[in-house]
Design a protein around this ligand. Structure first.
Ligand code: SAM
Length: 347
């Protein structure tokens, strides 16, 4: 594919380009993390509505033509999607997609890591909220902690360009493990990223007092390791990165207390093909209808560019500006519209 001329690359009303696409490949998950999918029962998207690999591949080609160069597969749990390696193979053929990454809870990673790498996956982020199996049992209703650790090790062996760990830090649950998790990551030569607890999607038990802020996370680290230096680098990345005196680096994603909407170049595709402009966004563009209704690539590209050019979303900043901040959605509204769920829209 030839490089996209600058004029085909839409910028939104705040001058933000469209460079990054997060694709939820399934709304199903094998964990029930309290901050994401706390319910036992969910209204799942109908099977026929889930985009096929061929449809995702076509859509990625169209997005690449608009300037997207980074794609991240997520969910739900993306490794639950049968034969994900075939999708990776298809997507890795797009020259314009310089970065193809996956976010996973790691439970099924050990047996898939090598094949995914061979298929062309470049980077993997594994969610790891605790080093204590009994905590995972309590918090995510899963006894698969050892499988997650095996998954991280398999990813390291498979030789991905980068392996990172994501930890959502929640007061009273795992805020006492920040230093241990950083040590764990350091010991394996991978980068830890601590995420502030967000009030998105299924976080129906969210309260501000459970949020451990970036400032507190840095204090916890500094108390153990001494001064923490901010690294000045790419302004478009969601994580702010820091370095310890020994050169160890880690990231903090301060989406709740210091959101980064002004530099958000990210669109999201739900598992059933809705293009969302913001993690907090209510409405999106139904690409599935266009894909299945006979629209040409040019027509779909035109529609995507149009909604992106009209984009002014600053969801996280607007939430942060509220005087009284509570949960975003009640459980009834999530049941009525599963696209509001984090696992459907791709966290
Ligand atoms: N199942 C995969 C996983 O666990 O990584 C991918 C989907 S998950 C929705 C993507 C990321 O969103 C995970 O790192 C998860 O910890 C994070 N996440 C989910 N709910 C969150 C919340 N309320 N606040 C902050 N991060 C959250």
């Amino acid at each position: 594919m030839s490089p996209t001329p600058q004029s085909d690359r839409p910028a939104d009303l705040l001058g933000r380009p469209l460079r990054n696409l997060r694709i939820s490949v399934t709304d199903r998950c094998n964990l029930r993390c309290r901050y994401c999918m706390p319910e036992s029962e969910y209204v799942w998207l109908p099977r026929h509505s889930i985009l096929t690999f061929e449809e995702i591949d076509r859509v990625v080609g169209i997005f690449a033509g608009l300037g997207v160069s980074k794609v991240r597969l997520t969910g739900g749990e993306p490794l639950l999607r049968h034969d994900l390696g075939s999708l990776v193979s298809l997507l890795s053929r797009h020259d314009a997609i310089a970065d193809l990454a996956l976010t996973t809870n790691g439970v099924l990673l050990a047996r898939q890591a090598e094949a995914l790498r061979a298929a062309g996956l470049r980077r993997v982020t594994v969610s790891l909220d605790t080093l204590r199996p009994e905590r995972m049992q309590e918090f995510a209703r899963s006894a698969r902690h050892a499988d997650v650790i095996a998954g991280i090790d398999a990813a390291l062996t498979a030789g991905f360009e980068s392996v990172k760990l994501n930890t959502v830090v929640i007061r009273g649950y795992n805020d006492d493990e920040v230093v241990e998790l950083l040590q764990f990551a350091r010991g394996r030569g991978v980068e830890a990223r601590f995420i502030e607890y967000m009030d998105v999607g299924g976080a129906t038990g969210w309260t501000m007092d459970q949020v451990v802020s970036q400032r507190e996370i840095l204090e916890l680290v500094a108390r153990c390791y001494g001064p923490v230096e901010p690294l000045r680098e790419e302004a478009w990345a969601p994580a702010e990165r820091f370095a310890l005196r020994d050169g160890t680096t880690f990231g903090v994603i301060a989406s709740t207390t210091a959101p980064f909407c002004r530099t958000c170049d990210r669109g999201r595709l739900t598992a059933d093909g809705t293009f969302l402009l913001c993690l907090y966004g209510e409405d999106g563009l139904d690409l599935r209808e266009l894909l299945r209704g006979g629209a040409t690539d040019g027509e779909i590209s035109h529609r995507i560019a149009g909604v992106w050019r009209a984009r002014s979303d600053r969801g996280a900043e607007e939430r942060a500006g509220l005087a009284e901040r509570g949960i975003l959605h009640r459980i009834e509204s999530l049941r009525a519209d599963p696209r509001r769920e984090m696992h459907t829209r791709g966290g």
